[in-house]
Design a binder for this molecule. Structure first.
Ligand code: AMP
Length: 419
């Protein structure tokens, strides 16, 4: 019986997984340079970690994979990274350190309508800087996101920032939104009718009502900021200016999760072929989540970025990123006798930290050569009767096509010298 993959999932075959590895290595280098440390949390958690009373986003209320395990516990596959990280942060009392900078890379699960750039299992990398309200940290996190896109040579991006204000400003703003939407209640979708009472901010990014005049003309958080919230945001903006990081203030940006306050931001791709799924990265400051998950009052700021979209953007904008040499050398033996030397030669080269491989299937020389070149080796190593007689091997640079006969005893040095 042939069974296919589940809708909204995909396989990463070797030709693609090499790209994933490159991207992951690249990200880990930059994240580590900013002194973020990796945290790995489970892909499933008790449902309450995500299904909190305060969280009304579609992502959590409608898109999570929930199930009862065999012990009748309510379990949810994580739809996002932050809540699990904060659960672990609290459980492991990481707050005693005062301040933590964490990053994660891993899969999330959302029951959404699959389309290009939108999957039911997808990878995110993200950061959480936990334990400080310093606006310089909001700026650092935004700059880190920008830095990553910039170093990936994604030129056609747009950094959008906004502030939702602190909790005090948010309460006033939410009341204003209620007053604003009440007269239009009957015209809004069923969900939004409920949102007026429970969480009016969510109406602003409703996919159904997004073109309704009342949504378009809704007041923005900016008009209701407390002095403190305003000063915080101004400082973030000032720091971005000092660092020459380009951005646009978008007063309508609210982001999809309910735990945000103060700064929110997004990096969008203005890249052809992206369509509606053009957000590469999104994040913001959150002030209540640590407390909600049983920890002390703690302010934090972070972002998450979708890696499938990032790979797709790199594919369009910076193909060279993936083009690096795949292996150092590929060995072709010309007859049975030379093949007897293959295993030992490979072992010797690999012991010297060289990435090498050889043919394991019977092929004509022509098709063996094609197979070898497909592995993208820097060198071809060719061993035949004549070479064996001379204790040597032919070494061909696949780029310059220059070929030299090298003594076997000099081979390691030769390959390493040129690396
Ligand atoms: P969010 O966690 O919804 O703020 O999303 C953060 C980033 O994750 C987005 O900007 C996307 O790049 C990515 N993302 C979110 N949902 C999906 C999905 N279903 N499939 C692929 N990428 C996604």
């Amino acid at each position: 019986m042939k069974i296919n993959k589940v809708k909204g999932t995909y396989d990463v075959l070797p030709s693609e997984s090499i790209k994933w590895q490159k991207l992951e290595q690249f990200l880990k280098r930059i994240l580590t340079n900013y002194n973020y440390e990796e945290i790995r949390t489970p892909i499933f958690e008790y449902s309450e970690v995500f299904h909190r009373d305060s969280e009304m986003s579609d992502m959590v209320t409608k898109e999570t994979y929930n199930f009862l395990d065999r012990g009748n516990r309510n379990i949810t596959l994580r739809p996002e990274g932050t809540a699990g990280v904060i659960r672990a942060f609290v459980e492991n009392k990481m707050y005693v350190d005062g301040f933590n900078k964490l990053f994660y890379i891993g899969p999330n699960f959302r029951y959404e309508r699959p389309q290009k750039g939108r999957y039911r299992q997808f990878y995110q990398f993200g950061v959480e800087a936990i334990g400080s309200i310093d606006p310089l940290l909001d700026a650092e996190v935004i700059i880190l996101g920008y830095h990553i896109m910039n170093e990936l040579k994604l030129d056609n991006i747009l950094v959008k920032i906004n502030t939702l204000g602190d909790d005090k400003s948010k309460l006033v703003y939410e009341d204003e939104l209620r007053k604003h939407f009440m007269p239009h209640k009957a015209e809004l979708c069923k969900d939004c009718q409920e949102r007026i009472d429970k969480n009016p901010l969510r109406i602003l990014d409703c996919k159904i009502d997004m073109h309704h005049e009342a949504v378009i003309n809704a007041p923005t958080p900016y008009d209701f900021l407390t002095g403190e919230a305003k000063t915080h945001f101004e400082k973030v903006v000032e720091e971005l200016d000092k660092a020459n990081v380009p951005y646009e203030i978008n007063k309508r940006l609210v982001r999809g999760l309910d735990y945000y306050s103060h700064t929110v931001f997004e990096i969008d791709a203005k890249i052809e072929g992206f369509g509606a799924q053009n957000t590469l990265l999104g994040g913001g400051r959150y002030e209540k989540l640590v407390e909600e998950l049983g920890g002390p009052k703690t302010s934090a700021v972070g972002f998450a970025s979708g890696m499938e979209r990032l790979l797709y953007a790199i594919e369009i904008e910076n193909k060279d990123f993936f083009k690096a040499k795949a292996i150092d050398a590929f060995l072709l033996t010309l007859d049975e006798n030379s093949k007897n030397y293959q295993t030992k030669l490979l072992y010797d080269l690999r012991s010297e930290d060289l990435k090498v491989d050889a043919m394991y299937i019977e092929r004509s020389f022509r098709s063996a050569l094609k197979f070898a070149l497909n592995q993208n080796p820097k060198y071809l190593l060719i061993l035949g009767e004549n070479e064996l007689k001379n204790n040597s091997i032919q070494v061909k640079d696949t780029k310059t096509e220059k070929q030299e006969e090298v003594l076997l005893k000099d081979l390691i040095n030769y390959l390493k010298e040129e690396k």
